[in-house]
Design a protein around this ligand. Structure first.
Ligand SMILES: Nc1ncnc2c1ncn2[C@@H]1O[C@H](COP(=O)(O)OP(=O)(O)OP(=O)(O)O)[C@@H](O)[C@H]1O
Ligand SMILES: [Mg+2]
Length: 358
């Protein structure tokens, strides 16, 4: 898939702006000129959230009431277009000129993967990023997984509210049962997925590293305090209910699980340097890219946000070349010298977007 144009309104530092894209584009400009924001706006169509910010409100230009993003592109040789407006009324979307009822209906239609400094969080301590990363891939490629996960989270929210504010034994039981049922499906799909994921990860990791690496992924289940077992989530929740009432929240389940990733038998969360973490994060994203290709039959748009920072010179060039083989690649960097493959350039000037002084 590729994007041919993007219009943005009241998004981050931009008032109103339109960009056209070739297959290979290099976006440059000073710090704060809006490079990451352009990639963020493009990638927004992939998950309807920012890759670097939880709050949609933060994306609205300061002192404005809404933001709007529109794109035109090509998918499977057909034109595709879409637009989204966010305001205090929520999100309103249009895809291929048709209003969208539920945003979740168009999840996975716009294919893009963003590579950025955040990727190194995949190799750091908190499990949140790993969990979200795998959930996102599974949600794009498996509708049933997505539905189970959404439903699990909505029951979890109700159960937590009840445990905290107004404990009711029957209700707690019903919620635990409903969660357990959905969790069963989620566990099954995650376990199946990580087998496949580790095989693709092993293939992609060696594209990035010079020396041979072996990688293994294990599932860490919060209900089992370690390796996954067949014991039901319902039983575990029932056994720990008193503790849950005291803490006011659900203490085990698919929302708290993690993935233990070992590279040459070392846990990645104990890996040393920032550069190493970045490379590993990049390998994860490359794996995501391949998996999207395998399940969708098309490569996503590759968005590279300053990826060569912290990477040593000899790897930099190889990395840029590696990504060059994808259909569409949009690179953002403050350094024009990083445009080693002479892509067409979009030069941003943050001030241009401000109204001229009187
Ligand atoms: N809601 C907002 N309203 C107005 N300005 C914002 C908003 N959110 C962020 N900004 C500003 O937008 C500018 C562009 O940010 P962005 O991260 O896109 O810059 P960048 O070109 O990627 O910079 P760098 O080279 O440092 O990575 C920044 O100055 C930032 O402070
Ligand atoms: Mg940036």
């Amino acid at each position: 898939m590729k994007i041919t144009s993007l219009s943005i309104e009241n998004f981050r530092n931009f008032s109103i702006e339109k960009f056209s894209f070739d297959n290979k584009i290099f976006i440059t400009g000073n710090n704060g000129s809006g490079k990451s924001s352009v990639l963020e706006a493009i990638n927004y169509f992939s998950g309807f959230r920012s890759f670097r910010d939880y709050k949609d409100n933060n994306l609205i230009k300061k002192d404005k009431q809404h933001f709007m993003i529109k794109f035109e592109g090509i998918r499977e040789d057909n034109p595709i277009s879409g637009g989204i407006k966010y305001s205090n009324k929520g999100k309103e979307a249009v895809f291929n000129k048709t209003p969208v009822n539920r945003i979740s209906d168009i999840f996975g239609v716009f294919l893009s993967v963003i590579y950025s400094g955040f990727d190194k969080l995949l190799a750091t301590k908190p499990p949140l990023y790993r969990r979200r990363f795998i959930d996102r891939i599974l949600s794009i490629t498996d509708r049933e997984y997505f539905e189970s996960l959404m439903s699990y989270h909505s029951i979890l929210k109700k159960r937590n509210y009840m445990l905290k504010n107004n404990y009711n034994k029957d209700l707690s039981d019903t919620y635990a049962m409903q969660m357990s049922k959905r969790a069963k499906n989620i566990y099954m799909k995650r376990l199946e997925f990580i087998e496949y994921f580790s095989s693709v990860l092993n293939e992609t990791i060696n594209m990035i590293y010079d020396e041979e690496k072996t990688i293994a992924v294990e599932y860490i289940s919060s209900k089992d305090k370690g390796a996954f077992s067949e014991i039901s989530l319902y039983k575990v929740l029932k056994d720990m209910e008193q503790k849950e009432i005291r803490r006011g929240r659900t203490l085990a389940g698919v929302h708290l699980d993690d993935y233990n990733i070992k590279i040459n038998s070392n846990k990645i969360t104990e890996l040393g340097s920032d550069g190493e973490r970045r490379l590993l994060g990049m390998a994860f994203k490359l794996t995501e890219t391949e998996l999207i290709y395998e399940s969708m039959g098309e490569y996503p748009i590759i968005l590279l946000d300053d990826i060569t920072a912290e990477i040593d010179e000899n790897k930099k060039e190889r990395m840029i070349k590696l990504f060059d083989s994808f259909e569409q690649v949009i690179i953002a960097s403050p350094l024009e010298s990083e445009n080693t493959l002479n892509y067409n350039t979009i030069a941003l000037n943050g001030d241009e977007n401000e109204p001229a002084p009187n």
